[in-house]
Design a protein around this ligand. Structure first.
Ligand code: F6P
Length: 545
């Protein structure tokens, strides 16, 4: 079933939301709490180890109900079925979008009428057996030593997910050290290779297409480095590949038994659950990797079945649309209160912005409304000492997700209490702000002469009224991380459906690649090619022609 082709701005609920936005641009979140004694409870969702509080928003039940109507009018229910069952909803590439099938068979997904469960199980079994052999030390390098270091060579979706998750689950790691080479900048690969021992290093060349310039350049450099110590026959025990392009992996000299297949229905930015997650499974062990998948599967089920009021991804997505399309917000911040999630927003930047950064709708027409929002963030409390000033007192509306955990992993409760006191304090401060009267009273309490601080007072006032969502999760585990990531994935899907765009292609990244290849081809012929005056001037400074 194809996705519906509705122009959302023509829907009844969209028009209704436009009317509400005039009212809510003037509303106060604190006043909304005063008007509804049950607001905190009724606008929070408790699910498994998650408690998600959506009450600190510039919305009320009428707005939420209209957003639920928008989802319905946009055909979300049919789209959801098409997505989860394996219909080719990535129409511009003629592919299904089935990252959910990597973690659950609950929706009986089929591609071209064929169930995909068998191929998923086969690759999982291969990952499990490979991980067990490498982790146990049974898999030996060319001099008979066990592997100590894993180098993941990949970029975009073949890098960001594995980097984010291995970092996020560092607490669960075994003895294997993981390294990531992504940038084609030769300094990156050089710095990584600098400290490695070829006898004990395993390289994973991860590329869905196996044509990506950066990955092939880095893989070639790593291979040359390896061959400067070992022989061609030794490559088999030190190189593995993950790809859909099995022909190219063979050409690169990777032994068939070391090639992990990936289906074309797994999008690069949603691929950490596939063999692309091999570095994750190696670093935390296969059981923990399975637990990551199980957590995601539980969120998939929740997303598929929960009613609108209790559906976490749906509320995340709809509030995002409310701010992006009706309230004038352009960006969303994501602030995890754990250092382990330091790469979470970088990961989401690709997932969100490569998916929904589109101005052409599913009818092929230019949209007349905003689509994908800009996502950014850094962990708290570091971010409080960096950019929070702008969220508190800047001129921009930035809805912010706060993600915190009840239990610390290392048991340092004193640190955790300090961390979490900041977590709760920030969302309260962002909502309530501080009035002129409160600032004045503080000066009075200190015995300050008010006439001496009159000029300072306006600078110390906080308007507040800044919207936040709070995710309070019991503990950072492979399972809860899987659920969290899956919730954001479904948010992307829902928003794409409503914006009437194709979320699962990425044609916008192609032009730059083509032009870079042309420049390289021109250089190989000793020319700088033909360019606009600015680019021509820059090229001649670089190549001195
Ligand atoms: O150029 C963008 C992109 O195609 C991403 O979508 C993808 O994750 C990345 O490049 C890497 O692609 P591959 O896994 O095919 O090397």
């Amino acid at each position: 079933m194809p996705l519906p082709h509705n122009n959302p701005s023509q829907l009844k609920s969209w028009k209704q939301l436009q009317e509400f936005s005039n009212e809510f641009k003037e509303a106060s979140i604190s006043t909304l709490f005063e008007a509804d004694a049950q607001r905190a409870q009724s606008m929070s969702i408790e699910w498994e180890d998650f408690f998600v509080d959506f009450s600190k928003h510039l919305s009320d039940q009428r707005v939420l109900n209209t957003l639920y109507n928008l989802a319905e009018e946009s055909g979300l229910e049919e789209a959801k079925k098409a997505y989860l069952s394996g219909d080719k909803i990535n129409a511009t590439e003629g592919r299904a979008v089935l990252h959910t099938a990597l973690r659950t068979n609950a929706f009986s997904p089929k591609v071209d009428g064929q169930p995909v469960s068998e191929e998923v199980s086969q690759v999982k079994a291969q990952i499990k057996s490979f991980c067990n052999r490498v982790i146990s030390g049974e898999h030996k390098g060319y001099t008979g030593k066990s592997i100590t270091d894993i180098v993941n060579i990949g970029i975009g979706g073949s890098d960001l997910g594995p980097v984010m998750v291995t970092e996020a689950l560092a607490y669960y790691r075994n003895h294997l050290k993981t390294h990531f080479v992504s940038n084609v900048d030769g300094d990156h690969v050089t710095e990584v290779l600098k400290n490695l021992d070829p006898e004990t290093t395993l390289f994973l060349v991860v590329s869905k297409s196996f044509t990506t310039q950066e990955t092939l350049a880095n893989a070639t450099t790593c291979r040359e480095w390896f061959l400067s110590h070992a022989s061609e026959a030794d490559v088999a025990s030190h190189f593995a590949a993950v790809s859909t392009n099995l022909g190219m992996t063979g050409q690169f000299g990777i032994a068939n038994e070391n090639v992990f297949a990936m289906a074309d229905w797994v999008g690069g930015r949603f691929s950490l659950w596939s063999a692309v997650g091999l570095s994750i499974a190696l670093s935390i062990g296969y059981e923990n990797f399975e637990s990551l998948l199980d957590g995601a599967a539980a969120m998939d089920q929740h997303f598929a079945e929960a009613s609108p009021e209790k559906n976490i991804p749906l509320n995340m997505a709809l509030l995002g649309i409310w701010y992006n399309n009706f309230m004038g917000a352009e960006t969303e911040a994501i602030i995890p209160y754990t250092q382990y999630l330091s790469r979470f927003s970088a990961y989401l930047q690709q997932a969100v912005m490569e998916s929904n950064g589109k101005y052409v709708d599913r009818n092929g027409a230019k949209v007349s409304y905003q689509t994908g929002s800009i996502v950014w963030g850094e962990p708290g409390t570091n971010s409080q000492h960096a950019f929070f000033q702008l969220i508190h007192q800047g001129t921009k509306l930035i809805p912010t997700d706060f993600i915190g955990f009840v239990e610390p992993l290392h048991g340092r409760q004193d640190h955790h209490d300090k961390l979490m006191s900041n977590f709760f304090a920030q969302t309260e401060a962002l909502m309530n702000g501080k009035t002129k009267e409160e600032v004045t009273r503080e000066f009075e309490m200190k015995g300050t002469d008010l006439s001496s601080v009159e000029d300072i007072i306006p600078h110390k006032v906080f308007e507040g009224n800044k919207p936040t969502t709070t995710f309070l999760i019991k503990k950072l585990t492979p399972y809860t991380l899987g659920s969290l990531v899956a919730a954001y994935e479904h948010k992307i899907f829902i928003q794409g459906v409503i914006w009437n765009i194709y979320s699962y292609d990425q044609w916008g990244v192609e032009l730059g690649k083509q032009l870079a290849n042309q420049i390289l081809a021109d250089w190989s012929e000793g020319s700088n090619g033909s360019h606009d005056p600015s680019t021509a001037q820059l090229l001649s400074r670089f190549k001195n022609d």
